[in-house]
Ligand binder design. Structure first.
Ligand SMILES: Nc1ncnc2c1ncn2[C@@H]1O[C@H](COP(=O)(O)OP(=O)(O)OP(=O)(O)O)[C@@H](O)[C@H]1O
Ligand SMILES: [Mg+2]
Length: 393
C-alpha cells in the first residue's frame, strides 16, 4: 500500500467558517470600525453604536465583522469590561426577529423557553439580561436584508432605535448590520434608514493582486511548503477576480485544486488541478460551444490543449501554438491554414471564452500574443476534441 500523502498541512484554514487573524487589504476598514466603537470602549454604558457593512459577494463583510468582534472583545476584557460580540446570520433564522432574538437570548440562557413571548417582550428580556450582567452587547446581524424583507419597518425600527426608548438607562446594545445591497433599506422608513446609514463601511471588490495576497496567506496556513506555486496562485486569483473579485470563490478553488492534487497523489497543486477544480464548480465551457467550432479551429485548439496537458505551462505563445497546430494537421493529414487565419481562430476561441489571450512585450524582441487556458482541464478538452474530430475527419 502506498502511504497516503497530502499537499495539505491544515485544511481547516480553508473552511468557510475560519476567520484568519489577518485580513489583507481590509486594514483601513477594520480601523474605521474600531474608530466607530472607540468611544464605546471607553464609556460602554454611555453610548451605543450602529454601523452598516456593505459590499458584493465575497468581499469580506462577514470576515471583517467577525474579526472585529473577536478583537474588540479581547480588548475590552483586557480593560476589565463586560463586552460581548454575537454574530447572527439572519437568513439562517428565516429573517424572523422573534427567532433571532430567541437565539441571542439562548446564548446567555440556554434553556430559555421558546413559547409565550412576542418579539417585543424578547427584546425587553434581552435588555434585562444585559442590565443584570452589566454587559454591552455588539450584535453582528449578517444578511440583514432577510430581516428587513421579512419584518415590518416597525420591527426594525424598534431594534435600531431601542436605546432612545430607554432614556436615562445604560446603553446596552450596538448593531453591526451586514448586507450586500443598500437598496434593501429603501423598504424602511426614512428615520430608521438615516440612523442606520450614518456609519457606513463599503467594501470594494478585490483586485487580482489583492486576491493573490489573500490566497498566498491561506496557502502558507493550509498547505505544506512548496506545494503551491506562484503560477497556481496567480491563476486562481485571476479566476476569482473574473468572478467579481470574490475571495470565497478563490479560497474554495484553492481547496478543491488541493483535493484534485491529493486524489492524483501529486506532490504539488498543478495548473491542471485548478482547471479541473474550476470546471467542477462552474460549467465554464459548454460542449455545444466546442461542437460548433470549425474543423480547423478544433485542430488549432487541440494543439493548444496538448501543450497544456504535457507540461506545467502557465501560457503558450502564438508561435508555439502554431507549431503545435501544424503537428496536429500532419497527424490528420491535412494542409494547415495560414497564420492570418489562425489569428481569426484565436479571436473566436477567446470570444467563446475557451481560452484567454494577452499581448505581452518581451524586451527588444517586441510584442507577442500569449494564450492562457484557465477554465477547462486540458485533459478534458483534448478528450472532447478527439471525440469531435474523429466524427468529422
Ligand atoms: N481580506 C481578506 N483576507 C483573508 N481572507 C478573506 C478576506 N476577505 C475575505 N476573505 C475570506 O473569503 C471568504 C469570503 O469572505 P466573506 O464570507 O467575509 O464574504 P462576504 O462579503 O460576507 O460574502 P457574502 O456576501 O457572500 O456573505 C471567507 O472565507 C473569508 O475568510
Ligand atoms: Mg457573508
Amino acid at each position: 500500500m502506498p502511504q497516503y500523502r497530502s499537499v495539505f498541512k491544515d485544511e481547516t484554514k480553508l473552511d468557510i467558517s475560519y476567520v484568519p487573524s489577518k485580513l489583507p487589504h481590509r486594514d483601513s476598514e477594520l480601523r474605521l470600525l474600531v474608530e466607530f466603537f472607540s468611544f464605546l470602549l471607553k464609556f460602554p454604558a454611555k453610548m451605543s453604536q450602529r454601523v452598516i457593512i456593505t459590499g458584493d459577494i465575497g468581499t469580506g463583510k462577514t470576515a471583517l465583522s467577525q474579526r472585529f468582534g473577536t478583537d474588540i472583545t479581547r480588548e475590552a476584557s483586557k480593560n476589565g469590561m463586560n463586552l460581548r460580540y454575537v454574530h447572527v446570520n439572519c437568513r439562517e433564522y428565516r429573517g424572523s426577529l422573534f427567532i433571532i432574538l430567541h437565539h441571542i437570548i439562548s446564548v446567555f440562557h440556554p434553556n430559555f423557553p421558546k413559547r409565550g413571548y412576542a418579539a417585543e417582550e424578547l427584546l425587553r428580556n434581552l435588555l434585562q439580561i444585559l442590565d443584570e450582567e452589566n454587559m454591552h452587547l455588539i450584535l453582528g446581524l449578517d444578511e440583514f436584508d432577510s430581516l428587513v424583507e421579512r419584518e415590518s419597518s416597525e420591527a426594525v425600527y424598534k431594534l435600531t432605535r431601542l436605546q432612545e426608548m430607554r432614556q436615562n438607562k445604560s446603553q446596552r446594545l450596538s448593531l453591526i448590520c451586514i448586507l450586500r445591497d443598500l437598496k434593501t433599506l429603501s423598504r424602511l422608513d426614512a428615520s430608521t434608514r438615516s440612523t442606520l446609514q450614518s456609519n457606513l463601511i463599503s467594501l470594494e471588490k478585490y483586485s487580482k493582486e489583492q486576491l493573490r495576497d489573500i490566497l498566498n496567506d491561506r496557502v502558507s496556513l493550509a498547505f505544506k511548503p512548496l506545494t503551491v506555486s506562484e503560477e497556481t496562485v496567480s491563476l486562481i486569483a485571476e479566476l476569482a477576480s473574473s468572478e467579481g473579485g470574490n475571495a470565497r470563490f478563490g479560497i474554495e478553488l484553492l481547496w478543491r485544486a488541493g483535493k484534485y492534487a491529493d486524489a492524483e497523489n501529486l506532490d504539488a497543486v498543478t495548473l491542471e488541478c485548478v482547471r479541473k477544480a474550476v470546471s467542477s464548480i462552474i460549467p465554464t465551457v459548454r460542449k455545444s460551444d466546442l461542437a460548433s467550432l470549425s474543423f480547423h479551429e478544433k485542430l488549432f485548439l487541440m494543439g493548444i490543449a496538448r501543450h497544456f496537458k504535457e507540461g506545467e505551462n502557465a501560457h503558450i505563445s502564438l508561435s508555439e501554438a502554431e507549431k503545435a497546430y501544424h503537428i496536429v494537421c500532419e497527424e490528420f493529414n491535412i494542409e494547415p491554414h495560414s497564420h492570418t487565419q489562425l489569428w481569426k481562430y484565436l479571436h473566436s476561441l477567446s470570444s467563446v471564452g475557451i481560452i484567454e489571450t494577452e499581448v505581452a512585450s518581451f524586451g527588444s524582441r517586441g510584442r507577442t500574443t500569449i494564450i492562457y487556458l484557465s477554465r477547462i482541464s486540458a485533459h478534458e478538452l483534448e478528450k472532447e476534441l478527439n471525440a469531435l474530430l474523429e466524427k468529422e475527419a
